[in-house]
Design a protein around this ligand. Structure first.
Ligand code: ZN
Length: 202
């Protein structure tokens, strides 16, 4: 991939699809049947800008910057998916803020928050959706980023991040969009748990 992919979102249930006819509104939502107006685009403009900067750094062989930015990008996208799952479960803004503030570390979000909210370990969900190696490869990228940024009392800082780890990060960046959409459609867009809509005027 040489740019972020484009998905379209159903404003009623949060279902995401890459189908252009879904984006233009010709096709009703396959999950909730909502008609096709005002479908927003995923990823957001903010993530799209970050994506294109990461790809530029990768083309310039800036391996350290690529790994650091991909690690930050993946954490932002995970926060987004957890926020969407909370919203689908009926949590309002203040509840979502408290939950996400209470679990700021990436390890806790993956290891505790995600299974609490979905009833599945992140690793299980990723494997079932066809991305079995994604969680372990993501851990390797985080470890490489941390070793580069932080001094270790045992080994000292790792001086460089190699091109191979940057390539692995770029693969994860591309896979993260697909995995995010599958997780979204499984745990957010569901006719069994429709998204709570605020009453008029609230
Ligand atoms: Zn829908």
């Amino acid at each position: 991939m040489d740019a972020a992919p484009t998905y379209f979102e159903c404003p009623q249930c949060g279902f995401l699809s890459a189908d252009p006819s879904f984006g233009t509104g010709e096709t009703p939502c396959p999950y909730c049947g909502a008609a096709g107006d005002s479908r927003r685009v995923f990823p957001t403009e903010r993530l799209r800008r970050l994506d294109s900067r990461i790809r530029r750094y990768h083309s310039e062989d800036e391996s350290e910057i690529v790994v650091i930015l991909v690690a930050a990008f993946l954490e932002a996208i995970l926060e987004d998916i957890i926020d969407r799952i909370l919203t689908a479960r009926g949590a309002d803004l203040s509840v979502r803020e408290v939950v996400l503030d209470g679990q700021r570390a990436i390890g806790g979000r993956i290891g505790r928050l995600f299974p609490h909210l979905t009833g599945e370990q992140f690793e299980e969900a990723a494997a079932e959706l066809g991305y079995e190696r994604f969680p372990a490869r993501w851990r390797e990228v985080r470890t490489a980023r941390n070793a580069f940024i932080h001094d270790s009392p045992f080994n000292g800082p790792q001086e460089t991040i190699d091109a191979e780890m940057a390539k692995q990060s770029m693969d994860l960046l591309d896979q993260a969009y697909q995995l995010f959409v599958l997780i979204n459609n499984r745990f957010v867009a569901s006719t069994e748990s429709p998204r709570c809509e605020p009453a008029d005027g609230l």
